[in-house]
Structure formats: C-alpha cells, structure tokens
Design a protein around this ligand. Sequence first.
Ligand SMILES: Cc1ncc(COP(=O)(O)OP(=O)(O)O)c(N)n1
Ligand code: 3NM
Ligand code: MG
Length: 508
Amino acid sequence: MNLAPTSKQKPILWTISGADCSGGAGIAADIKTGFSLGAEVCSLMTANTVQNSHKVFSINPVNIDVLQQQVDALLADKPPSVIKIGLLANSYQLNWLSLTLIKLKQRVPELAVIYDPVGQASVGGYLSSLTRAELLSLLTLVDIITPNWQEAEALTGLKQASEQELAHAICQLGAKACIIKGGHSQRKTSDDYCLDTGFHYKAQTPDDSISYRLSSRRYQTSYSHGGGCSFASALGAFIAHGYLLRDAFTQSKAFINQGLSAYQGEDNYYGAFEQQGWPRDAGYFPGVLTATGEKLTAPFASLGIKRQNGKKLGLYPVIDSLAWLERLLPLGLEIIQLRVKNTDPAALEHIIAEAVKLAKPYKTRLFINDHWQLAIKHGAYGVHLGQEDLDSADLAQIQKAGLRLGISTHGCYEFLLAQQLKPSYLAIGAIFATQTKDMTGQIQGLDNLSRLLALATDIPVVAIGGINLERAAKVWQTGVDSMAVVTAITLAAEPEQAVNRFRQLMVG
Ligand SMILES: Cc1ncc(COP(=O)(O)OP(=O)(O)O)c(N)n1
Ligand SMILES: Cc1nc(C(=O)O)sc1CCOP(=O)(O)O
Ligand SMILES: [Mg+2]
C-alpha cells in the first residue's frame, strides 16, 4: 500500500484527544481548526468528557480496543501526515499510544507527532490521572510538544525557570522541539517561545538547536475556550501542509490572534475560541524577537523608486563575473547583483572594486552579495545578505556607510524578522525549485508568495528562485516589485534577448 498522500488530497491530521461536550476544546477544536485550515481531520476519541463553562464533571475513557480498531480502519485509507495528541485519560491509553506511535513511525517515516499535554482544564479540574513519569515516557516519540508555562513546570519539575530553560529541559527529556505557549503567563504581551533541537531537517544534537520567540499583544476576550487545543492542531495543519516548524509556529500564532480578536471585551460568559480560517491580515501576525532587531530602529536608505508612479525595479539579474556585468550594464537595467562564491580573498577584492568602477557611469544599482565589508570599502550601491549573515554582519556599519540593504527570506518567520530591520528591499524565495542552489524544504510556490506579499509594508519585494520566461508572468501578476534570476539569463542561448522578453512581460 502506498501511504504517501497524492497532491490532490488534503493533508490528513489525526487527532487522538478527548471530546468536549461543550464544544470548545479537544476534538471539536481540532476538527474546526483543521476544517478552517484546509486539512482533513480524523478523530480518535480517548474520552467522552462531561463539562460546561464552569466545571469538568467526568472524563469517561474510551477502551483501547476501540482506539486500535480506529487506527487499523484509518490506516487502510487515511494514513496521517501529522498526529496531534491531546487528552490521554489513563495509563492503558498511554502505553497503547507509545507502542502505536513506534509502529506508525516505522510505517510512515515522515510522520510528525505533536503533543499538547492537557492536564488541567481551563474551566477548572483535572483531565488526566497520568503521573509525570508516565508522561515523560512518551516524550521520545514526540516531535513537537506544546505545553503552557504551568504544564512545562510540571513536566520538568523546575520552578522559576525561564521559557528557554524550560524548553531546553523538555527537549533533553526527549522531545525534538518544544513550544512554550505564553498565553497563561502574567505579562502584558503573550510571548511564545519555540526551541527546535532538530525537528525534521536538522541533526539531532543540542548544539544544533535554534530558538524562535514571537511576541503578540494580549487579547481580552471571554471566547477563548479551546484556544490551546486549536494552537496545537493549527500547528499540525500547517506542518501537514509542508511548512517548516518556524513558519507553522508563526502562522499558528497568527491564527490564534485572529480568533481571539473576534469577540473582544470581558464578560462572564466562557465561549469557544473562534476559528476564522487561514490568517492573511498582517495585523494578526506576531512580532519576531531577535537581538539584531531590537538594536536597529532607522530604515536603510531607499532604492529611490517612485512606486506611486507605477514604476518598479523590474528584472534583477544575479551574475557571478565582471564579464557578465560588462555585458548587462549597457542594457539599462534598474538593478544587478554580483554574487561571487568560492574565490580567494585577493581576487575577490579586485572583482568587487572593478565591479563598482564599471557600474559607476550607469544608473543601474549594483548590489554585492555576502561581502559587506568590501562593498562598504569600495563604495557599492548596496549589499545583499542572507539570513545566516544577519547575526555576523555589522548592520549598523552598513547603514552608517549609506549602503542599501537587501535581505533574503524564505517563509513568513524570516520575512517578518527581516522586515523589522527595515531594509531597502526584501527577497522571497525560492518561488520554484532551482538548480542554482539547494533550497530543499524552502520552496514557497505562488500561493505562499501572495500570502507573504500581504504581510509586506512599503518595502519593495523581489521574488527569486526557479523563475524563467515561462513562469515569469504568473510571478509578476502577484504584484512583486522585481524578479531576480540567475540561469534564466546566464544559461539563455541569447541573454540580451531573454532580458528583453522579461522586460516586456513586466510592463504594467
Ligand atoms: C535577490 C536575491 N535574493 C536572494 C538571494 C540569496 O541570498 P543568500 O540567502 O545570501 O544566498 P546566496 O546568494 O549567498 O547563496 C540573492 N542572492 N539575491
Ligand atoms: C541565489 C538564490 N537564492 C535563492 C533564495 O531563495 O534565496 S534561490 C537562488 C537561486 C536562483 O537561481 P535561478 O534563477 O537560476 O533559479
Ligand atoms: Mg549570501
């Protein structure tokens, strides 16, 4: 049997959670969230709870034989991309689930398991009788765990620890990634912290860990019942759609902010969190907290393009030699990038110095990729940096020297992060698969490009990656300001003609 879903299918998310008869949390939240985000949800009910807005009256666990029959039935035609685990009512269920996950992971190697360790109901009362030791035994099978602060303290036994310390401790207990939800903390903002020690795409060593912190305003609403379950199932839906953890995290937070904003104001009623579909409005997206972002406040110098007159940057060739620069400069392009890799330092400095001299008589804006010190030293118009360069480059120095800055982004987390630095332009990639560079796991497609453009302020946006003459019209229709290309020009039989054809389709 082929377990891989075809591209026509909606991604399948299994939820192994309790049913909440009051309709807000558990399986109800998971199904509403999945429906809202284009995922198909299959529900394996662990308990049929009796609860209302004030109290949990009883749990009523479901027998593991029934759960096993459901797994067998679903595996035949609805194998999961992601499993979200919520309420586990007793140790029989926990032991059964551990064995089941081991078997499922062998059968579906790409399976991602998300665990939302619901212990206490938000209306008061305990939902699970599991001990800490029992819960810990599950962690090595979990890809992402999503406790709130109190649940993280209970799992680790740590008191007064920071989110970072809690997340580290939880990952050391076995989970690959941990998101500590900030909604229950006492602060004015609800910071959410994600530590990723190796989810899917990185080696699984603590040294390789990456952390992400998102900040949102606190929403005052009495319609939040099931918000925690909805966050974990939104995360599952986005992961099932193929998003990287950082982007699934960011979009899940926007989904929660959007839902919490539906009914503002305090009253005594405790209503269900409202799932409102794929978040598209920039206002719901969280801020990205980084050391770099907090240091810079002034925008980088602009590109001086009068967008209000309908003028755009247009075609942006990215070339790797002085010969290409000499050939393209007379064509009157608005922008060109010199991207030289693997060249010894002396030759590199010579190339950059010569490139700046060559570009001087032209109105073309010359950006230097990576080598920001040489770009400053030789007075280039601008510098283009990737996300990995942001921590090591001295952005304040680039800004002080008056150079323009372009930044690469791959998905909404990086886009929001880079936008906060107020660069001269933002690049989004890779739009399509490209032979120029390994962009595995970071292909955006046109839909995601459009979603990211909706988050853009007034900074010009450049699309890059796999753009050729056949695909260019569709990319241009999204409203980008520019399309950057390497091979569509450098491998073209007649590069000047290719430039002209790109420019023709970018009119209007
Ligand atoms: C316009 C534009 N966008 C993205 C890139 C990629 O830059 P980076 O992430 O630094 O990767 P390398 O180009 O250095 O491999 C770019 N160069 N230009
Ligand atoms: C250099 C580069 N950066 C990308 C990014 O997404 O950041 S994609 C890319 C390669 C672009 O080459 P081509 O036009 O030949 O596909
Ligand atoms: Mg670079």
